[in-house]
Design a protein around this ligand. Structure first.
Ligand SMILES: [Zn+2]
Length: 310
């Protein structure tokens, strides 16, 4: 029978003494496997928590910077442009907290989406408060998620109504169709308007920053982009999100993540894994308004607890 003949043939091959060329070939394969194993261990071995910082907590940072690298061809604003705007508008546009307290602000864009509930569950499980930059048109689809995020103590901000590239938008459209329209959506759903906004793609003109300033709205960018929006980096599950945080973590970081705009199960899983790692490194989780010392948003009225003792 064919299979047994083939097996016998293979057995003969195995017992044949190896020629010099075959030995070289075998050695090359073994070496390659060793290199792969070493790479795997280096890449996947759990990272130890970060050691304590060396700068005094109250020291003011000389300038605001973005720690993660620029990915070309992905519609991103040049990092230097965001850093230029942070330097030009120190009270109206932020990349990170101003000093070196061991605090971190998780921020989530593009929601609410079908993943927001799962993310809120994870944050609740760990007792962590985060900041959500919601899109107006998504708030209309999931008003219950907006309400829940507020009730659970998270800070909410404006991420425009339709997620356009703002730099090309005229001033009337900017306010009437995007920023103001989303502010009005908040007002209608929750009774107040947020004092923070995040521009889609980090793209905003100087004139628009000034316009928002006149409305009392701060522009919040980020100092650490987890790049969870990048499909190419998501091939290994939550791993690359974790690593981008672990490799670039710093005091008073503002972390960019997404609960909307695509499949976000990996982001939710990464948050679940990162919170214990950051806690072990001595990090405290704060909302962006608390991190920057901005006035807090109105607190949600406490729902009457049905299980309260009578
Ligand atoms: Zn966005």
């Amino acid at each position: 029978m064919a299979p047994s003949i083939s097996l016998a043939y293979r057995m003969r091959l195995l017992h044949k003494p190896l020629s010099g060329q075959r030995k070289m070939y075998l050695a090359a394969v073994v070496l390659l496997l060793l290199i792969l194993a070493a790479w795997w261990a280096w890449e996947w071995w759990p990272r130890p928590p970060l050691p304590a910082g060396t700068v005094a907590a109250g020291t003011v940072k000389p300038r605001q910077t973005i720690r993660t690298g620029f990915l070309p061809n992905w519609d991103q604003v040049a990092l230097q442009e965001m850093e230029r705007q942070a330097a030009k508008y120190p009270h109206n546009l932020w990349l990170e907290g101003p000093t070196y307290r061991r605090q971190v602000a998780f921020t989530f864009d593009d929601g609410p989406s079908e993943y927001t509930g799962a993310l809120l569950d994870v944050l609740k499980k760990h007792g962590v408060k985060a900041t959500f930059f919601f899109m107006g048109q998504n708030m209309e689809l999931r008003p219950w998620a907006v309400e829940r995020a507020w009730r659970e103590g998270h800070t909410l901000g404006n991420h425009t109504y339709t997620h356009p590239h703002l730099a090309g938008v005229d001033s009337t459209t900017f306010w009437d169709d995007e920023i103001g329209k989303t502010q009005a959506t908040f007002k209608r759903m929750l009774g107040w308007e947020p004092a923070m906004m995040r521009p889609p793609y980090g793209e905003i003109s100087d004139a628009q920053i000034e316009d928002l300033g006149r409305h009392g709205i701060k522009v919040i960018l980020w100092s650490l982009d987890t790049q969870d929006w990048n499909k190419n980096r998501m091939l290994f599950g939550k791993h690359n999100i974790e690593r981008s945080v672990q490799d670039h973590m710093h005091e008073e970081a503002i972390l960019l993540m997404h609960d909307g705009g695509g499949k976000r199960a990996k982001t939710v899983a990464a948050v679940d894994a990162l919170i214990p790692w950051l806690k072990a490194g001595g990090y405290e989780f704060v909302t962006v308004d608390a991190l920057l010392g901005l006035p807090a948003q109105p607190r949600a009225p406490q729902a009457k607890a049905a299980s309260a003792p009578q």
